[in-house]
Design a protein around this ligand. Sequence first.
Ligand code: ATP
Ligand code: MG
Length: 379
Amino acid sequence: MSPVRQTTHFDKNLIDKDAIKVVNTLAKAGFEVYLVGGCIRDLLLGYKPKDFDIATSATPEQVTKIFKRSRIIGRRFRLVHIMFSARKYIEVATFRAGKVQTSGNGVIIRDNYYGTLYEDAFRRDFSVNGLYYDITKSEVIDYVGGLEDLKSSVIKMIGNPTERFEEDPVRMIRAIRFKVKLNASLSPEISKSISKQAHLLANIPPARLYEEIIKLFHNEKSIEVYKGLLKFGLLKFLFSQAHESSFIDATLINTSKRIQSGNSVTPVFLFAVFLWAAQNKRYNELNKKNKSHIDLMIKASEEIIKRQTQQVMMPRWLSSRVKDIWMMQYQLENCNLNKAKELINNPRFRMAYDFLVLRSQSVDPDLKERAEFWTTLQK
Ligand code: ATP
Ligand code: MG
């Protein structure tokens, strides 16, 4: 099958310089090499890509031989990271082939067969993510109808959605994320399959879902992603203990605004907010006899966090900060002026304060005055 080849006119200055270096080096060594996936999709739509992925005919071993500062990562997919600084790397993947081997419930067991560009294209998830770019020819290569689907703003699965979701259920949350990000529609087949297969998400390892959660909610349209996850019955497989609330809405809107204006965001806040109502409920259920408020708060917090980590991993540093935010709410609500002046200097104060403000603007309007007290005190 021959692909559509299209000479393109997007702004080449938007392509990362290090990614260009990697492509040129591999091409000079005689390998086939392309930019691929999300970066091409975003360039064609006029967005600035978050990262640049590279697909090549070189095996991981061949890539690491050529680039000194590189290492092979991953067991399921073996990829190479080429380091450009302590925090920056370019990811290089060898063309893949064939079907992934899964256990009956969608967990991938083996996936390390190498293939051709053509085979690799059909292993990608959605057509809009299946585009390759040949830098030397300035040409987009499209085997999967991605160019057309980009134009008509529709997310279509490469292949049969039911099978591809079974193969990797994380694609369901990716579908929602790209629908929102690209302001696109989902193909009817995808919509139908997600509604039927949402439960398969329960089989995904918690560590993988942690990475996904951050991508889902740390963006400029997180509230829409959240509503989409709810609509398709996917949210309960990420946060089974969370229920719809104006606090969650307010937080996601706030997170998106922070990202738009270049402020920092942290997953600590997301987890603290999603689980707050459950924590409160658990606290109220606990037997209060002979127990201090703090002991009960700790007990309720630990139980809720433990339950959450059965679905989505929470690294230890993260769960400990979530607890800090929760524990500080009581102090922020009740302490006297002297103690307040001390609390302001606590390194965890800022996050706990932001949390209180958002509560006061949503589920706890009674706290408005108290929130204002803290705002004034910091001036
Ligand atoms: P973004 O970077 O905006 O999150 P992206 O499309 O670049 O979007 P990545 O997770 O960076 O997403 O993946 C890069 C590419 O790898 C995708 O465009 C797609 O071609 C392929 N890919 C990623 N995850 C999967 C998956 N679960 N199944 C099939 N292909 C995938
Ligand atoms: Mg990407």
